[in-house]
Write a protein that binds this ligand. Structure first.
Ligand code: MLT
Length: 210
């Protein structure tokens, strides 16, 4: 069901299996609230799914924050939008009676998830970041003590240089996150290995979060 309440167009699917952490699904550029529902069901069967649509439009394509060019972000907008997203998560948790969600973000969605971890750590129980890059060159000192984060990068990704993904991993590690960073033989698109690794990792992370 898609609704326009709580400040974001979004879909919500209640849990069918108790004890799993809810997933916050964050789509890539040009996606919408329906994009990652299938992926969410595959990697976390039975978990509640909360899936907002990014509010920024780039040539008609929804995104979660403004960019000036590919890989060049409007960091003021990143900050504003990450806070807006964290407020939405808080409102949705109250409305739907949810525990703190684990974010599952792809590309632009992974980047806003990383920014939300660094700016509003209380909003998320952890995150799976698929093809993420550094959203804030100089993030504030955040306390991510022990928060589980899985970062999956593509060795042949034309959008995210290796060095950039490694820098994001270092930022999150420095803030105390329990980060696992894997570089897969893939491009910017997802591979079966991403799905398998995300599923295995979420099985463990959900057990920790429950
Ligand atoms: C971004 O703009 O967040 C990244 O360049 C990835 C993308 O959405 O293409």
């Amino acid at each position: 069901m898609t609704t326009n309440e709580l400040g974001f167009v979004h879909r919500f699917e209640p849990a069918t299996v108790p004890g799993r952490a809810p997933l916050l699904l964050l789509h890539g550029t040009g996606g919408d609230e329906s994009d990652l529902i299938g992926l969410g069901r595959t990697v976390a069967p039975g978990a509640a799914l909360l899936s907002p649509r990014g509010k920024v439009l780039e040539g008609g394509m929804p995104r979660f924050f403004r960019r000036l060019a590919e890989g060049v972000f409007d960091e003021n907008d990143v900050r504003r939008r990450a806070n807006e997203l964290a407020d939405f998560v808080a409102a949705a948790r109250a409305e739907y009676g949810l525990a703190a969600p684990v974010a599952l973000g792809f590309s632009n969605g992974a980047n806003i998830a990383a920014a939300t971890l660094l700016l509003r750590p209380e909003a998320l129980a952890g995150a799976v970041l698929l093809r993420a890059m550094v959203p804030l060159a100089e993030p504030p000192a955040a306390d991510l003590a022990g928060k589980p984060v899985l970062l999956l990068s593509g060795a042949m990704d034309p959008i995210v240089p290796d060095e950039n993904a490694a820098r994001l991993a270092a930022q999150l590690r420095k803030a105390g996150a329990a980060i696992e960073h894997r570089v897969l033989p893939a491009g910017h698109g997802l591979s079966q290995a991403d799905i398998n690794l995300a599923r295995q990792w979420l099985d463990t992370a959900s057990a920790v979060a429950a």
